[in-house]
Design a binder for this molecule. Structure first.
Ligand SMILES: Cc1cc2nc3c(=O)[nH]c(=O)nc-3n(C[C@H](O)[C@H](O)[C@H](O)COP(=O)(O)O)c2cc1C
Length: 187
């Protein structure tokens, strides 16, 4: 029997909203992780607005966030779309964790993306904008499957559970691909 290397994924959502659809995607991912994979979730609540004057003395929440990113083998980001782009909360957290210069926590990390929106495009535009940032961060995102959840209110219940079977299948596939991509990069 082949033993697969254990993988830890750190997941975070670009929404602070209690009933966030994107947080619901992460919760579904927690339930759907493959064998030998653990998903930990980090809440971006409490990360202050970025100020470059503080980057040599990072706020505690940012230090914790950076440490969790560095300790993880891979990242899973669930992003809403705000005004056709990445929400400020998420971009702000990413900017902090990429600093100071020379200590970018995202450097070389494998990553996967998901998005959810009540709209018909499911946050796709925010995903592509985030991919552009991944280039600056020197990350290694997987391309497929694309987990773009449109009409999110029809695919989740009032308890914030993703109930749509096709969406759950896509999330499971995304996790499988992320795990095998992460193992490949470690070889
Ligand atoms: C400031 C703002 C801008 C928004 N812009 C978009 C948008 O460009 N595209 C879209 O699909 N939804 C947009 N929405 C609706 C969000 O998709 C919706 O609020 C969603 O629930 C946010 O994700 P969450 O449930 O994870 O918090 C916007 C919402 C806000 C508050």
């Amino acid at each position: 029997m082949i033993m697969e290397k254990h993988i830890t994924i750190l997941g975070f959502a670009g929404s602070l909203r209690k009933n966030s659809y994107n947080k619901a995607l992460l919760q579904a991912a927690e339930e759907l992780v493959p064998k030998d994979v653990k998903l930990e979730i980090f809440d971006l609540e409490g990360i202050p607005p970025f100020n470059q004057d503080s980057e040599d003395q990072l706020p505690t929440t940012v230090r914790k966030f950076k440490a969790r990113i560095k300790a993880a083998d891979a990242l899973l980001i669930a992003t809403p779309e705000y005004n056709y782009g990445v929400p400020g909360v998420l971009k702000n957290a990413i900017d902090w964790a990429s600093r100071p210069y020379g200590d970018n926590a995202f450097d070389g990390k494998p990553a996967a993306l998901m998005s959810a929106s009540p709209g018909m495009l499911g946050g796709a535009r925010a995903q592509y904008q985030l991919r552009q940032t991944f280039v600056a961060l020197n990350m290694h995102p997987i391309n497929r499957p694309e987990v773009i959840v449109c009409y999110a209110e029809e695919k989740t219940n009032e308890k914030g559970k993703v109930t749509d079977e096709k969406t759950r299948e896509k999330i499971a596939q995304l996790l499988e691909h992320l795990a095998s991509w992460t193992r490949k990069l470690k070889e």
